[in-house]
Design a protein. Structure first.
Length: 255
């Protein structure tokens, strides 16, 4: 009996190999991209499926928050209803999130900037503000259109303007201390430190201005990448990073 079972297994495997070798493979130009992250490449496939006219909805299988945020940001770009399938590793409990309904509930204003907000408040490639969740940031966003304008500008240009830096400081102050009336993150940091008489975990305090500006540059790159996964933007990102490395080495050599 054992030999018969092993023979069946070998025969089945041969059939699978034969079927796989008979498949016709062709290159799909619409899926060509310099994007390296699977999180963004997923939506190249979703966009291609939506344009084929052969399907009624797009189901994305992922347990990643980054994918959910990107889906919300692109809900109006992809014309088909989108769902995110998530669950346990054993697949005993599966949940389907209606991305299209969630996007309608959030509104177009929030969805247009949610990728930038996610990058600023912390994602897979940017640091987060300790003890400050995304819910508080989204509440601030809904209260003041000025903050929506801030995140609408994030990722549009490699060079961040001074006005955007100042708005980011103000947003960081409000996010860390709703009672703060200052738009200077250094003052906010000092006031919070003095209020707690220095008896606090430093990670709970907002970053200083220099650190916040570095964080803004990283969030700006991530926002540019996430807001348009259909472009070749990572090519320009690599060239931009190489330019910075070259200039840093060049300046060091001169010194």
């Amino acid at each position: 009996m054992k030999s018969d079972k092993s023979l069946v297994k070998r025969f089945s495997l041969q059939r699978v190999v034969q079927n796989a070798s008979s498949f016709l493979w062709k290159e799909v130009g619409e899926l060509q991209s310099s994007q390296e992250e699977a999180d963004t490449r997923i939506f190249l496939h979703a966009d291609l499926v939506s344009q084929s006219g052969a399907y009624e909805a797009v189901v994305i299988t992922a347990d990643d928050t980054d994918v959910l945020v990107l889906a919300l940001g692109l809900a109006k770009v992809i014309p088909l209803p989108m769902y995110q399938e998530s669950g346990t590793s054993t697949r005993t409990r599966v949940t389907f999130t209606d991305i299209s309904a969630m996007a309608d509930s959030c509104g177009s204003g929030i969805c247009e900037v949610i990728v930038s907000v996610h990058a600023f408040t912390g994602c897979g490639s940017t640091s987060a503000f300790v003890g400050r969740g995304k819910a508080g940031a989204l509440k601030l966003l809904g209260k003041d259109p000025e903050y929506q304008e801030l995140f609408a500008q994030l990722g549009n240009d490699w060079d961040i303007s001074e006005d955007v830096y100042k708005m980011a400081e103000k947003f960081t102050c409000r996010m860390n201390d709703p009672r703060c009336i200052s738009a200077d993150v250094n003052k906010c940091l000092w006031n919070l430190f003095c209020t707690k008489r220095g008896e606090t975990d430093l990670s709970q305090l907002p970053p200083c201005r220099d650190c916040l500006q570095q964080h803004m540059q990283r969030a700006n790159c991530q926002s540019a990448n996430g807001n348009d996964p259909f472009s070749k933007i990572q090519i320009f990102l690599v060239l931009w990073i190489l330019h910075i490395i070259f200039m840093a080495g060049f300046c060091k050599t001169i010194d």
